[in-house]
Design a protein around this ligand. Structure first.
Ligand code: HEC
Ligand code: HEC
Length: 287
């Protein structure tokens, strides 16, 4: 990933429960298997409570996931689930949101959720769960006119996905960053995603400024903060009072985007206003 701070957007040629739990099996698990492995009995009910509050956002409350790119957890082996959670926590298995979430689980929490999900009946391949309703809604609306009222403060080449991205901040965010204050309610950050122009060799064409040349607009990712906006979110995912949304080229919100993904990946940036670009924002705001 190549990061550069740009002074301004000068010269850019871009336009615009019925849970299928077998309680007898769980009791056996909690009483013997897990207890022997961990030296303490897993608390299946605590595991269930956490699963419903947090994990349900992606894996479903009954371990049947909400999307094809998220694994089902129902009925997987308890020892396997525990091993994966320990690997996410240690960072030896990498997946941004899972690393951030597992970091917040104690060894006992890991045993509890593993015992809960492992004790559920395995999912039918065709089944899918609904996202959590409180995460499906967002207070973020499209910031009309951002091109004239926001400031572009960073350009990012994304070699992994052949994209170039332009990051914008609104005046509220810029002023707080300039004064070194935490970004307050009313702050809005917008990220434009562009597919890079590809050369004959299939690699992105790099301009004189070192950045990929934009070819096709893909989507807008927006994060905005408002008083109390994070209140309904599970603590393990909550990013203060930030809400997130994705908008298509038509500036309509893409309701299929799962806000839990955004929250999970940005969560570890809690000391930096939940921004990956916090330093760049501060640098540009002070100029
Ligand atoms: C933001 C979405 C999200 C949330 C919330 C989430 N997960 Fe995950 N989880 C994923 C994704 C995506 C993967 C696949 C990661 C990969 O690509 O390796 C995964 C993988 C896993 C795996 C490995 C499964 C396997 O088959 O190898 C376990 C175990 C797991 N998650 C447990 C949990 C638990 C427990 C919670 C709640 C504390 C949780 N997850 C919350 C998205 C999420
Ligand atoms: C896998 C991790 C990951 C996920 C998931 C993710 N982001 Fe980000 N986000 C990043 C990174 C890394 C950056 C820095 C720019 C870049 O590299 O593209 C970023 C930057 C941003 C920015 C610019 C401000 C900042 O933090 O620097 C916004 C706005 C944003 N993301 C919104 C979203 C939205 C909306 C979602 C959910 C649809 C989302 N992000 C999901 C990793 C993630």
């Amino acid at each position: 990933m190549k990061l550069h701070v740009l002074p301004a957007r000068a010269g850019l040629s871009v336009t615009s429960t019925a849970l299928a739990v077998t309680w007898a099996a769980l009791a056996t698990l909690a009483g013997h298997g897990v207890a022997l492995a961990q030296g303490a009995a897993a608390n299946v009910e605590a595991g269930q409570a956490r699963a419903q509050a947090v994990c349900a956002a992606c894996h479903g409350a009954n371990g049947v996931s909400i999307a094809d790119n998220i694994p089902n957890l129902a009925g997987q082996r308890v020892a396997y689930l525990e091993a994966q959670l320990r690997a996410f926590k240690a960072g030896t298995r990498k997946a941004a949101s899972m690393n951030a979430l597992a970091a917040q689980l104690s060894p006992a929490d890991i045993s509890d959720v593993a015992a809960f999900f492992g004790g559920l009946a395995p999912a039918n391949v065709a089944q899918k769960s609904e996202p959590l309703p409180q995460l499906a809604k967002t207070e973020v609306t499209f910031p009309e006119g951002y091109r004239s009222t926001f400031r572009m403060y960073q350009t990012v080449n994304r070699a992994d996905i052949n994209q170039v991205r332009y990051l914008y901040a609104n005046p509220v965010a810029l002023q707080a960053a300039r004064e070194g204050r935490p970004l307050p309610a009313g702050s809005v950050l917008l990220l434009e995603q562009w597919a890079a122009k590809l050369g004959a060799d299939g690699k992105p064409v790099v301009g004189a400024d070192g950045f990929y040349q934009p070819d096709r607009f893909v989507a807008y990712a927006v994060m905005a903060s408002g008083s109390g906006w994070g209140a309904g979110f599970p603590e393990m995912l909550r990013n203060g009072d930030w809400n997130y949304a994705v908008f298509g080229p038509d500036m309509k919100r893409r309701t299929a985007a799962n806000q839990a993904d955004c929250l999970g990946c940005h969560k570890p940036l809690d000391k930096a206003n939940y921004l990956f670009s916090n330093d760049a924002l501060a640098t540009v705001a002070k100029r």
